[in-house]
Design a protein around this ligand. Structure first.
Ligand code: ZN
Ligand code: ZN
Length: 239
């Protein structure tokens, strides 16, 4: 797997650089986004719900009974943020993850002695793509925060491997759809790291796995928050 990761990283250096937001050629050949897309990154800042990571008011909070202490997202899942997520999922490139991690490395959360726990990959998807994107993201976040990555979770294969990608919101929230359990020693304070928070079903399964395994506190840190359909965009646009 390591050889494959190195191979992909090498290929990404040989391919002419394109902006992952708009496809143009960035003036800085090492950048993953052009200046325009970097400026238009839909950052989520201002008054945000600590439970569901949406801008306030979140009305009936979709995460009111979630098992985590808090969930934070760096961006909303649109525009250039969506481009970065797609690139990370398909390539697992470190330089894409590094750009995302920079926006996620919130000082307050990482001032505590937390362990970074990557969302475990779906075994079928991992076999098909060879990309463990949450792991790559957690590794980059670890470089920036100095907090260790602990692979304390594993996802159990399902009989009919129904993936989250492409599933409807209702399907995603079916109980038992995602089965995640702890493995090895679970650190007392964990931060679950993932690329996108859509319905929160995966995050919920991951947090419950950690709590059952002995974690005292669990927080979630994602790069992008998908805005639910019909979400009131009266939020102050900060981009
Ligand atoms: Zn661009
Ligand atoms: Zn909320």
């Amino acid at each position: 797997m390591l050889v494959m990761e190195q191979f992909r990283e090498l290929v990404s250096l040989l391919v002419p650089p394109v902006c992952l937001g708009c496809g143009c050629e960035p003036s800085d050949s090492r950048a993953v986004l052009c200046e325009g897309c970097a400026e238009e990154m839909p950052r989520l800042i201002g008054a945000l719900c600590q439970r569901c990571a949406l801008p306030l008011p979140c009305e009936i909070c979709p995460a009111r009974i979630a098992p985590w202490e808090s969930a934070t997202a760096a961006c909303s899942h649109e525009g250039p943020a969506r481009g970065l997520v797609m690139a990370l999922k398909s390539s697992g490139a470190k330089r894409v993850a590094a750009q995302m991690a920079k926006l996620m490395a919130e000082p307050q959360l990482y001032a505590q002695p937390v362990a970074l726990v990557p969302m475990p990959p779906d075994p079928a998807r991992l076999r098909a793509t060879g990309v463990n994107h949450a792991r790559v993201l957690a590794d980059q976040l670890s470089c920036l925060t100095g907090r260790p990555v602990v692979r304390a979770l594993e996802r159990l294969p399902r009989a009919k491997s129904v993936r989250q990608v492409g599933a409807s919101r209702k399907e995603r929230q079916q109980p038992g759809r995602i089965q995640i359990s702890s493995r090895g020693t679970v650190p007392p304070r964990c931060v679950v790291v993932d690329d996108v928070y859509t319905t929160g079903a995966s995050l919920q399964a991951a947090c419950l796995g950690l709590i059952r395994g002995g974690a005292k506190t669990v927080n979630c840190s994602v790069f992008a928050r998908a805005l639910p359909p019909g979400f009131n965009r009266s939020m102050p646009r900060t981009w």
